[in-house]
Write a protein that binds this ligand. Sequence first.
Ligand code: G4P
Length: 528
Amino acid sequence: MTADKAVAPHASRRTFAIISHPDAGKTTLTERLLLAGGAIRAAGDVKARGERRRARSDWMDIEQKRGISVTSSVMTFERDGITFNLLDTPGHSDFSEDTYRTLSAVDAAVMVIDAAKGIETQTRKLFEVCRLRDIPIVTFINKVDREGVDPLTLLDDISSGLALDLAPQTWPIGLGTDFRGLIDITGKRAILPEERGGRAAKIVAFKDASELSTTGIEPHILTPTLESLELAEGVLPKFNLQAFREGHLSPVYFGSALKEFGVAELLQALADFAPPPTTRPANVRKVSAEEKPVTGFVFKVQANMDPQHRDRVAFIRLCSGKFKRGMKLFHVRENRLVTIAAPIFFFAQERETADEALPGDIIGIPNHGMLRVGDTLTEGETIRFEGIPNFAPEILRRVHLDDPMKAKQLGRALQDMAEEGVTQVFRPLIGSQAIVGVVGPLQLDVLASRMDKEYGVPIRYEPAPFVTARWIASDDKGQIDKFLDSNKSSVAEDRDGALVFLARNAWTLDQAKQDWPSLKFADTRERG
Ligand code: G4P
């Protein structure tokens, strides 16, 4: 808790992401958190920022047309001596790979749930990713100003649906048109609007919640609220920091992002309970945030944030040490030193040169393709941070180029997009047409649009006679060679030269596994 602050400078870092099903209110909550943290001045700034960014970068028109968010970005803000690094994730499931990688870079997550809808498919998927990685979760039940499911029933559904203990910290006074405010359970205060239906405006402290009857809240709303709260306190577990940090228990904040109820309390929970950077798994050992040498890894690359400059920014999560601008760091994959001359921090509305950064911080490194998703930087040690895999694509397409003169540009552009993680590119051992592989169909639209707008290389897709891909591995090189001899037309190389079996259907994949028991057909491959 607050004692962490005194331990080490990075103990003041809270690096987190928001996970939710589309429409649950992630964008609204992000904006309100930035407002509460003083990072923006007015509601609407996040959208305005989005629009400016779109104006600069045409490919975002896909996002605009479909009303979805396809990029992740980083927003840093400070409050009361705590630095919050909020890593945004795309809401649409077609970009779940991007979200997965972003979740590799956080220490905690906020799970936003719509009070009327409860757990939805995308919430569940992302929750499972957090659970696999032991990421502690704070739950925010949003839209209590709308008609929703009774709080106790909802908590019961979430708790049993996710097999997660829930410890409510705030409680709504009524729902929908009956919504009158929130009770801060442990703080023994109520957060009330100035006028009915308005925004969170005043705080009323109490010794016993029954005193709230003097605030003008109608008895037919207050009485059942207090009854259900009493019941909840009787049956639900109390908050326990260790259980939270181990990922078994989630503190729950009811609220309305739109009306700013519960947002300050959520931010305080992140400050008080969310863990500062601790240890991160790497291939040969765990790396502690306390270690002196600088280490970090690339979890995202974004090309052409500014199309005028063809820039490409690698987002690095620092894991240990104190980073200083101008440092030379060891690029493990390329086995060479690189000077980090112009690192940047991302604030809600601007970028700023990063002179110093601590574990938990995210720095952007502009580069020309030297850094890829999954790369590790150290002060000399050869280690690789793990948990940033490529996933076997679920859709494979041949790329057709209308203008054969542009073959070279096509190769480069595809390489760029693969490095950014927008698509995977496979080069068949026989034939010259590249095959792209994605997890969701919207990724194909984004790829085609960006190829055209950013690189001037219009492409079309043609069906590929394959349904999925598996990375081939074996300790016995002779077996791989034999497999290649008899399956050359179904094998490709990925952008790192790793061999990939392209399966024509589920049956051929099963058959290959049976026929070649000494080979592994892996559905993920660690990047970097
Ligand atoms: P997302 O990023 O998770 O997809 O959700 P977003 O914040 O865009 O919110 C989805 C819709 O829900 C928006 O309405 C938003 O205003 C509304 N919303 C978010 N939080 C609350 C809340 O606490 N209470 C209520 N009543 N509504 C909320 P929209 O009509 O789709 O968009 P807009 O025109 O309001 O921007």
